[in-house]
Design a protein around this ligand. Structure first.
Ligand code: HEM
Length: 126
């Protein structure tokens, strides 16, 4: 099994992850129907996002939390959605990579997803 250590590795990881996401019954509709995601725009952002988190490249300049409030407003993003997101992310990593960065990609995603789930829930109560 390979280590997660280059931009090419991240591209493979992100592409394989979203290939699962779009086919998924629990969360696919957020991307396919609710937001009708422009993949040519979204995928490069996600490569940069993970490159920034894992390799400290600072190539991503955005506000991921803020981007999800409008989605949550259209369709509630609930705990079970985040659980599925995390399950697919973890599965994709474990199918392809090993090592410290692979573990870090899992831990970081858990932290962000938990915080995001909490913020989305709070936003729905306002
Ligand atoms: C149920 C869980 C989630 C759903 C349904 C979801 C959905 C989406 C969608 C539809 C977009 C694209 C928005 C657009 O086209 O403008 C997006 C963007 C993004 N998501 Fe998520 N997301 C989820 C969880 C997460 C998590 C856990 C992370 C981080 C670990 C994350 C990171 C991002 C980032 C970085 C962007 C790009 C933001 C930007 O445009 O700068 N998402 N998400």
């Amino acid at each position: 099994m390979k280590k997660l250590e280059s931009r090419e590795d991240i591209e493979l990881l992100v592409n394989s992850f979203y290939a699962k996401v779009v086919k998924d019954e629990t969360i696919g509709f957020f991307f396919n129907d609710i937001m009708k995601v422009d993949w040519d725009q979204h995928l490069p952002k996600m490569y940069s996002f993970w490159e920034t988190i894992l390799f400290g490249q600072m190539s991503y300049k955005g506000n991921p939390m803020a981007k999800h409030f409008p989605i949550n407003h259209l369709e509630a993003m609930e705990k079970h959605h985040f659980a599925k997101w995390l399950e697919l992310w973890k599965q994709t990593i474990e199918e392809n990579f090993t090592g410290v960065n692979a573990s870090m990609a899992i831990t970081k995603s858990e932290n962000i997803a938990n915080l995001m789930a909490y913020k989305m829930e709070m936003a729905r109560k306002l």
